[in-house]
Write a protein that binds this ligand. Structure first.
Ligand SMILES: [Zn+2]
Length: 480
């Protein structure tokens, strides 16, 4: 059997398999045809008139029908919004994963399907489709080899979500999670070829219908199925959403398995996703009202329990009866703990008036945040300024002083001031995203740890829309 070999010391591939797809010509015809056909799905919608146009010939559709192509279109969410008069300036990129097997070895490709209406041979908009093999990975049991870049190997080691960011920032084993952003739809028609490969136990081909038209991370097609035995179990139980949905973030597979074993029917019945799963893992109570109540802020509950082990049901009842917010409670507990309050004291742990005690610890803390701290922040901001981001509309810069953080906290109505001490010690990094049209007004407050986004919040801790999050995520890839 042919096998690729990677020399870990020289970081070079010793034995190279020449049989992987390099460009469009190498892609098998049936797969190419599938990609071309997929492009017909993306009906054009004129922004001005809301009229729909045929993605093949650019004729206007009448009742979703193209007279010219004699084709009826399904109008789904994949509409491409354009200015139809300027159609030639648009470029559409769609991405797909496709599996191939060579001598029982699995290769997974990332294919860029590139659509443009700017065909140099015509004056009128005319569709051209190009296929590009963006990436090719040889999938091995404990690593992926990027065949195109040749110099990169990703080891699959257990990801421990409870590790502090500082602890794993330079951990080579976790490069996979930090560097691998490939996300795409999957070509599912040939998944059966995986039956006689390292995928044989995963049963991934049974999820064919589930995978269709979904965007999936590369790790969820390689690392998750091969590394986690609960994947196979979940697939057999037809519990696809959980199988593909961040299973790796569940700290120990043993826990996950046990939870699945004990609660499977309950989870299927209530259409569990990863977040509900994570909530159940914490509370272990079959109570959907409680799970629905907690799931949006489950991270805050986890943080609270990291500070102080406590009865989740008691905590839930306390918060619910007093209409307290877990995020506010977490802020309070964190500071109370830092200030040396006795967390064993029930009055400290479950204060009657959370709002007031929250403000109390908050003020005590501000006194500690002294001039020294401001100096450190100014110095840190100078260093972080290299990560400054600017485009036509937005600016992202590091928080520059204690005052700036307090002002931001006030304008945003968030607890940024409680992050001042950590920021001054560079334990976490705070960036402020502003609209260039009004630089003095706060817009998005961003917390970053080791080049990873921890949170990005609008006023009142609301989550920004995808456009903003995309800008932030793109920017994060380039920061130092
Ligand atoms: Zn047409």
């Amino acid at each position: 059997m042919r096998q690729l070999q990677y020399d870990i010391y020289s970081e070079k591939i010793i034995l190279e398999d020449p049989k992987y797809w390099i460009d469009e010509d190498d892609i098998p015809k049936h797969i190419k045809d599938f990609f071309y056909k997929e492009c017909d799905k993306f009906v054009l919608k004129d922004k001005e008139t809301n009229n729909l146009y045929c993605p093949k010939c650019t004729q206007k559709l009448e009742k979703n029908f193209c007279e010219n192509c004699q084709k009826n279109y399904l109008i789904n969410i994949d509409l491409n919004e354009v200015n139809i008069k300027k159609l030639k300036k648009y470029k559409f990129n769609n991405y797909y994963f496709a599996f191939d097997v060579v001598d029982k070895e699995v290769i997974i490709y990332l294919i860029n399907v590139f659509v443009t209406y700017d065909n140099p041979l015509t004056n009128n908009p005319f569709r051209s489709i190009y296929l590009r093999v963006e990436n090719a990975y040889h999938v091995l049991k404990d690593c992926l080899i990027n065949l195109k870049q040749k110099d990169k190997i990703y080891l699959f080691k257990e990801f421990d979500s409870n590790l502090l960011y500082e602890e794993y920032s330079f951990n080579y084993d976790l490069d996979f999670y930090l560097d691998c952003y490939d996300i795409a739809k999957v070509y599912t028609d040939n998944l059966d070829i995986l039956k006689d490969t390292i995928y044989r136990y995963t049963n991934i081909w049974k999820a064919k219908d589930y995978l269709k038209d979904k965007n999936i991370y590369l790790s969820n097609l390689t690392y998750i199925p091969l590394y986690y035995s609960s994947f196979e179990y979940l697939i057999k139980k037809k519990f696809y959403s959980l199988a593909f949905d961040n299973l790796h973030l569940i700290k120990k597979d043993k826990d996950a398995k046990l939870l699945i074993k004990n609660y499977l029917d309950f989870m299927i019945e209530n259409n569990f996703d990863y977040w509900k799963f994570r909530t159940l893992k914490l509370c272990k109570i079959k109570d959907m009202e409680m799970i629905n109540y907690m799931e949006d802020t489950i991270e805050a509950y986890e943080n609270v329990l990291n500070i102080k082990k406590m009865d989740v049901l008691k905590l839930y009842n306390y918060l619910k009866t007093n209409q307290n917010d877990i995020v506010e409670y977490y802020d309070y507990l964190r500071l109370a703990n830092e200030l040396g309050y006795d967390l064993k004291d029930k009055k400290v742990l479950y204060p009657k008036d959370l709002f007031n005690v929250h403000n109390e610890v908050f003020e005590k803390r501000s006194i500690i945040v002294n001039k020294e701290c401001n100096k450190k922040i100014r110095k840190l901001a100078k260093t972080l300024n290299k990560n400054k981001y600017e485009d036509d509309k937005y600016l992202i810069k590091p928080a520059g002083s204690v005052k700036e953080m307090l002002d931001e906290g006030n304008m945003q109505n968030n607890c940024l001031s409680t992050y001042i001490l950590d920021y001054s010690k560079n334990k976490t990094q705070i960036y402020l995203m502003r609209k260039k049209s009004n630089l003095k007004k706060s817009f998005v407050t961003i917390e970053v740890k080791n080049r990873k986004l921890i949170q990005a919040r609008l006023k009142n801790n609301e989550i920004p829309d995808d456009e903003i999050l995309n800008i932030i995520n793109k920017w994060l890839k380039n920061i130092k």
